[in-house]
Design a protein around this ligand. Sequence first.
Ligand code: HEC
Ligand code: HEC
Length: 480
Amino acid sequence: MKINLARRCPPSARFGIAINTKGRNENAYVVVHCRTRIARLLAVLVILAFSCKFRAQQLTVLKDMSATGETAPHAPPIPPAGPLADPKSLKQVGVPVEATRAAVPGDNPQTSAKIALGEKLFFDGRLSLDGTVACSTCHDPARAFTDGRPVSIGIKGRAGQRNSPTVLNALYNKAQFWDGRAKTLEEQASLPIVNPSEMGQPSLDAAVAKIAAVAEYEKAFRSIFGRPPNRADLVRAIASYERTQFSFDSPFDHFMAGDKNAISDSAKRGWELFNTKARCNKCHALAEKKRDPTYFTDNDFHNIGIGIIRHNVVTLACKAEAEINSANTFDVDRAAIQSDMSVLGRFLITKKEADIASFKTPDLRNVLVTAPYFHDGSQATLWDVMDHYNKGDGIKNPWLDEDMQPLALSESEIDDVVAFLATLTSAQYQTQGSKELSRQRELSRTNRPQRDTSRAFGPKPVQPRPSRDCAVTQPEKKPQ
Ligand code: HEC
Ligand code: HEC
């Protein structure tokens, strides 16, 4: 692929460096645009100098943390199942009954014994290399099947690059993971088991062997599947359990079902804004023209400017092109969870330029309970999320989705959209939800790191044109 950096940089900006030290980890992020090879070399030297300096700072921080005992060389305790983990009823208000049934694949029909086996496995640390991490470590039912951390922590305290999405309603996803690298829940389940930063098994067979050595499991597999434990049945059982985790019955569902008093006037205005001025429906709806009160996703991928300013995505995309075999899901999984190429999102799978740093539009149900937000957990509150959209963040990002733009939402309009999002909390999570709403509201009163009113009310910034040049040795592309 040919990318022309010359087009990208006006002469005045042939060599420009922007440093943003406001990142989540107080890291320095360096964005470099340069034209000539010499300038590129200089840029690399500058990056090296900066990264050495900040690496040294990071190491000092780590040393300080270990002195105070803050680093954990092990995973957090495994959350237990409890009533919130129970399979859900189809009788919830708002549940799409047909779609829920249709989400069950022909080769893995639901049976209550299989679901119970899947649930047991979901909460069992024995699936991991050292027994310390279960699926529930990062998908805790008490937190709407997330972990409440910016990024997840697996065996030996290893942190990954991505925020844990909820498993609730994942059965409706057309693709799994933030970048959609797995098609089905079955395919998805095998990846964390063998990811070195998650459950750390050397292979899926190693996990199967460990499970097969437990008499109770051996017996259950034989009675449910008619054969001893094996890879396919292991992930089938887990996926069956996940397909019982549909979560509706929120105040918004009651409102849609006709109870006009189920949500506040502010939330009603928020739902209106969601579908009009705030433009959320451009992506968080199955179809743009028709309101979608069920899924809140278009099942598509977009670059909405998350994390991109902190990374030199051009260099990373070139690296991924050279190093990542997109046909190998395990390769992609490691790049996504364990490397700085994680920020490339969907590009890791498609290698299409338009997919650079694009991620799956997530469903918004129970969003109040699943903070922090975005694929990298970079935003603490729904007000921060709103500030991000309001200013149409991502100016320096040539791959930003065309539907991102300044929204000119007033403070009270922002409050209205947040009030609407808060009504998507299922009945089971009402207590957590209202606690979390107060916490976020309190925090947002003093801390609005993403707010930029002049940008929110300003014109749509001119986007730089996408351009990338991995193979400097290749001949220049003729200008069209
Ligand atoms: C160490 C933490 C961790 C463990 C353990 C873990 N997950 Fe996850 N899970 C994540 C993270 C982080 C993601 C998002 C990764 C990405 O998109 O690249 C994820 C994504 C998912 C998704 C996709 C949801 C969506 O909306 O796309 C499902 C489903 C899921 N996990 C189920 C499981 C199951 C089943 C297990 C156990 C076999 C498991 N997870 C173990 C952290 C974890
Ligand atoms: C151009 C498409 C697009 C538009 C418009 C859009 N979103 Fe999103 N939304 C996404 C994508 C894609 C993500 C995930 C991005 C990431 O993590 O990198 C996301 C993530 C989110 C999240 C975080 C969810 C989580 O679990 O972390 C929230 C909340 C959200 N959007 C709400 C909104 C609201 C409210 C609006 C309207 C003001 C809106 N979105 C407009 C595509 C869009």
